[in-house]
Design a protein around this ligand. Sequence first.
Ligand SMILES: Nc1ncnc2c1ncn2[C@@H]1O[C@H](COP(=O)(O)OP(=O)(O)OP(=O)(O)O)[C@@H](O)[C@H]1O
Ligand SMILES: [Mg+2]
Length: 483
Amino acid sequence: MISISNIYVQYGDRIVLNNINLVIGQRDKVGLVGRNGAGKSTLLKLIAGTEEPQSGNITRPTHSTLAFLHQDLLLPKGKTVLEEAMSAFEEIKQMEARLEELNHILAERTDYESDSYHDLLIEIGDLSEHVHLVGGSTAEADAIKILAGLGFKQSDMNRLTDEFSGGWQMRVELAKMLLRQPDYLLLDEPTNHLDIESIIWLESFLENYPGAIIIISHDKQFLDNITKRTIEIELGKVFDYKANYTKAMEMRKERRELQQNAFDNQQKVINQKERTITRFMAKASKTTMAQSMQKQLDKMERVEIDDEDTSAMRLQFQPSPRSGQIVVEGQNVKKQYDNLLVLDGVDFKMDRGDRVAFVGQNGQGKTTLAKILVGKEPATAGDVTLGHNVMIGYYAQNQADSLDPKKTLLETMEENSPPELRPRLRNILGSFMFSGEDVDKKVFVLSGGERARLAMACLLLRPINLLILDEPTNHLDIKAKRC
Ligand SMILES: Nc1ncnc2c1ncn2[C@@H]1O[C@H](COP(=O)(O)OP(=O)(O)OP(=O)(O)O)[C@@H](O)[C@H]1O
Ligand SMILES: [Mg+2]
């Protein structure tokens, strides 16, 4: 059991976690939800112990194991996919060594009645249970099974992890965690880099997971399929529901309606009393009564309605010239990477006003086609022609990663802005929900969703009449996606 008591975290004028209390049980499957920047990743980092709260404390049984999948990470270089995944078993090897050591110590002890002897027995019990669960002769086979489930091909196993994109490196890290089977598994937006097949595989894996899981996700379906408890962070407070996401959001709505009704009723009573008091005050004979009524009223406990974060992003586009009728046209477009044929003679045409979706499994060439359209990647053969006056805005997959972490928000915008927009940048940042002190924050402290929002704001600083977006909603919360 993890217990979290009176945790307080504040950055600048923003209180992220306001004295929160929670208990996470050994088998809990928790969905941690909330708006972008609400403090979800912060809470996981505190539980994992990679960050410290300003006050309050978090305790977890000493011998329990925990693994934490960060929202963004890169693996160390130089190992193959399989080697990296197998490194998960190093912890087990250490545990086996420790177990042997403890058994030696135990054999020499005679103080059978002492507390420390008892503690030793408990540690040995916990360790051997864990080693038994995870270790064993099937290590490599298990690693391969899990990697395959997460979408790696047999031929990928011996490639270096450096050759893979951030998303695929994250999958290797995820595989390591699943192999270690920690008592507490903390996952920060694990589905962002997964395709549908891998998400389904991960769902079924996690459903049967023996330990506790806390998952941050903006994916409703994924949460509903795995979690049985939902913790929402909103404006520094936590709301705990014993239900999956969909049910929890219904309960939240009902609770707010009840609060609103109670509040309205109380307001009626208060208004009535105030009117009576005013009337009584006017009569000398009744002032004492009026005063005591006033005292009663002052003492009355007021119904409070939970604060709700209703802020919303407003996308602003700069005015742009009209393009020709045909925006882009491709004929017999081929694309080959070494011996991998991705596009084989593709024809397409897009007209002004078209809304086109590229769909397909991971690795089928959606990003490649987008890059060819933008001119970031040459086609191996065929023609791609842009129409008259076409101005492209391209939001690359992981666009947010291209932001300079050391710059502030305002500096980032200034760098990307045409001079005439400079005086309006604070205003534009405001419509992307960055206000006041926020604009002086450095990019590296931003939450995943905030970073995505900033990248989007930068993109929309220039006139655009063809917008190409490669997975722009990763990291965005449900409200932001709707914009
Ligand atoms: N070191 C820091 N200095 C200033 N502000 C910070 C710092 N670290 C985090 N923040 C701010 O704290 C808030 C909470 O961040 P956190 O990463 O926990 O959000 P989140 O709920 O995980 O959001 P997302 O869904 O976008 O990932 C954000 O507004 C972020 O900008
Ligand atoms: Mg986060």
